[in-house]
Structure formats: structure tokens, C-alpha cells
Design a protein around this ligand. Structure first.
Ligand code: SAH
Length: 343
């Protein structure tokens, strides 16, 4: 049995033809699924024979929302999604003036080992399939009964460590008969798997690439991000320049400010030296403290000073607004505490 959400239109059309059905049925099936009908029997305009064939070949895996939290402060919604094999992942929906943005996970757990991140503490369980990643958006949209117009792949997992499924996801999310979310409304965040950044650049997509930099020199970066042992900042910057050349898109650099680790004035000046002249934007994130880690967030003063140094050097910079502060909305913390309390 296969998850029908893992099929693209062409694949489902081919399946129809192989099974002596009309090609146009594929679109009808997608219309139903994306309209919130999750069993083949209820798809009114399909012949009975096709419904049974579909049901014997495919299942529709929309995760069950096992827990949901809504922030009293800003309406941010955090969802714990359970797939049919029992694995749990989290997603977050943020309400902005320009529409709803969902932050989705790309893997169950993560194997990158960043020292400040709760998603990676227990390692990786498995990749999510393209259809499962899509279904986080379907389930989230159904939960809030509103359209989701923007997607950030910034939940648990390293998307470029699940490259093929992410590429397929990027194709599926665009489908007119599906979620119809354009590439410019999608951001993919990576800790910097350099060869995969080149592969992605060669696809010439219009998505925004966000790089989790978090340090302005390799020595410091290696202390908090094991991936820095494999790829240097110079390697990352070259890959980013290639990405810009191929796509014309501005790169976002994420920089979580950690007290005493990466938040000194010298770090800010060093970062300016790396980024000057590049088509980019820096997003400063006051680190979210994770109980398993000794790392602490920077003081407000350090955050402001850091921002001002970048700003006065002509680097575009914003400080990420903290959303969902009352619901543990950050970075794998919820899945972890759920797993601990249900052991
Ligand atoms: N693996 C990808 C995407 C998931 S993490 C990546 O590394 O980019 C999404 C972002 O949240 C990354 O920038 C990550 O470094 C950051 N992050 C993780 N834990 C954090 C924490 N405790 N405080 C602030 N940012 C954190």
C-alpha cells in the first residue's frame, strides 16, 4: 500500500491508465483529498469499481492532531501530528498580516546534532516522505479552517538530509489541484549541507534559501554545530553565491544569539566582513533556551548592539519576533516533552 499523497499528478494519471481508468480521474481524486475528503468511498463522482481499486492500493495518510496549543499572546498554534506508524512530529502555524505561515518538519528527529536544538537530542528516527510533509500543511489548514499561504521548512529535521523527498514536496506543494502554494512563498532552512545547496541551486527554484550560520568563524561554529567539521564557512559562502547566481534570490542567514558564545561585537564585525556585498538578509534570533542545554540566550542589549553593527555596515538585518512564547513553540521542544511524558 502507498500513501496517495506521495503521488504527483502524472504518477496518479499513469496509475489510472495502467488500471484501465480514465486519466482525468486523477485530478478528481486530488480535488477531493485537498477538499478534506480522506476516504475514497466518499468521493461522489468516482465509479464504485475505481473507489475499491484505489482503496486496495492506496491509503491517505493525514496525520491525527494529538495535541494542539494556541498562544494567548499572538494566536500562534502548535500542533503535534501523529502519522499512521505512530511517529509524532510538530508543526507551528503563525498568523501574520499577509496570511498564515506554517513551519513544518522534514524528518522525525534530526541527526545534525546542533548543541542548542531540542529536535536533535535523540537523533533521527526516519525521513518524512513528500506526502507526509504535504499532509502537515493539509492537517494544519483543516485545523485552523483557513488557507495557509506560506511555508517555512524550519521545524524538526534537516531538509537537505532528506533531499529527494523535499524536492518532490516542492513540486507537490505547487500543484494547482493541490495546495497551490507558489515557490516564492516557501523558505527552506538548512544548516549548510554544501553539495546539496549546489544541487538545489541547479534546480533554479524560486524558493528562499535560509542558512543557519550562527557563527562568523569556523572555530566557534564547530563548538555549536557538528556539521561545521565537514563544511567551512567559506564553502558555504561559495555555495550561496552560486545559489544567488542561479536563482537571483536573496539568501537569508539565520543567526541565533547565544550568550558568550557568538554574540560579541567582534563576532558582528566578522560577520559583516563575510557578508558585505552579498545579496542577503540576516535574521537574528535570540536563542530559545532548551532545558537540556547549558547555553543561554543573549541579553537584549547584546542583541541590539549586534543588530546595530550589521545595520550601520549596510547589512540588511531584522530581529526575529518571538511568537508563541507561552506554548513552547520553538524547535522540537514539544515533541520531546510529549515523548517523555508518554514513555
Ligand atoms: N535543520 C534546518 C532546519 C531546522 S531548524 C536548519 O538547521 O536550518 C530551524 C532554525 O531554528 C535553524 O536556524 C536552527 O538553527 C534554529 N534553532 C534550533 N534550535 C534553536 C534554539 N534553541 N534557539 C534558536 N534557534 C534555534
Amino acid at each position: 500500500m502507498e500513501n496517495i499523497l506521495d503521488q504527483n499528478l502524472e504518477e496518479l494519471q499513469n496509475w489510472m491508465e495502467k488500471n484501465s481508468e480514465k486519466k482525468f480521474r486523477a485530478k478528481q481524486v486530488f480535488d477531493w483529498v485537498y477538499d478534506g475528503i480522506y476516504d475514497f468511498d466518499s468521493m461522489g463522482n468516482l465509479p464504485q469499481g475505481l473507489k475499491s481499486k484505489l482503496a486496495s492500493y492506496f491509503y491517505i495518510d493525514i496525520p491525527e492532531i494529538v495535541e494542539a496549543y494556541k498562544s494567548e499572546i499572538d494566536g500562534t498554534v502548535k500542533l503535534l501530528n501523529r502519522f499512521r506508524d505512530g511517529n509524532i512530529i510538530e508543526s507551528v502555524i503563525m498568523k501574520y498580516k499577509y496570511g498564515n505561515t506554517i513551519c513544518i518538519s522534514s524528518q522525525v528527529g534530526c541527526r545534525m546534532g546542533c548543541k542548542f536544538c531540542a529536535s536533535t537530542l535523540n537523533g533521527i528516527v526516519r525521513n518524512l516522505s513528500a506526502g507526509e510533509i504535504i499532509s502537515e500543511i493539509i492537517a494544519g489548514g483543516a485545523y485552523i479552517s483557513e488557507r495557509i499561504s506560506n511555508v517555512v521548512i524550519m521545524g524538526s529535521g534537516e531538509p537537505l538530509d532528506n533531499y529527494n523527498n523535499i524536492i518532490k514536496f516542492l513540486e507537490l506543494v505547487n500543484l494547482e489541484h493541490g495546495l497551490n502554494i507558489g515557490q516564492r512563498h516557501i523558505t527552506l532552512s538548512t544548516c549548510g549541507l554544501v553539495p546539496k545547496i549546489y544541487d538545489l541551486a541547479n534546480k533554479k527554484l524560486q524558493i528562499t534559501l535560509a542558512i543557519s550560520l550562527h557563527s562568523s568563524n569556523d572555530e566557534e561554529r564547530r563548538k555549536i554545530m557538528p556539521i561545521a567539521n565537514k563544511y567551512s564557512i567559506v564553502d558555504i559562502m561559495e555555495a550561496c553565491k552560486y545559489y544567488i547566481d542561479m536563482t537571483g534570490r536573496r539568501i537569508t542567514f539565520e543567526y541565533a544569539l547565544i550568550h558568550g558564545e557568538n554574540d560579541a561585537k567582534e563576532d558582528a564585525y566578522e560577520l559583516v566582513g563575510i557578508l558585505r556585498g552579498m545579496l542577503c538578509h540576516v535574521n537574528l534570533i535570540p536563542m530559545n533556551e532548551v532545558k537540556e542545554s547549558k547555553l543561554k540566550k543573549s541579553t537584549n542589549q547584546n542583541v541590539k548592539t549586534f543588530r546595530d553593527i550589521l545595520d550601520s555596515s549596510g547589512i540588511e538585518v531584522t530581529i526575529r519576533r518571538e511568537l508563541g512564547a507561552d506554548i513552547n513553540a520553538a524547535c522540537g521542544q514539544l515533541r520531546k516533552s510529549y515523548l517523555e511524558s508518554h514513555d
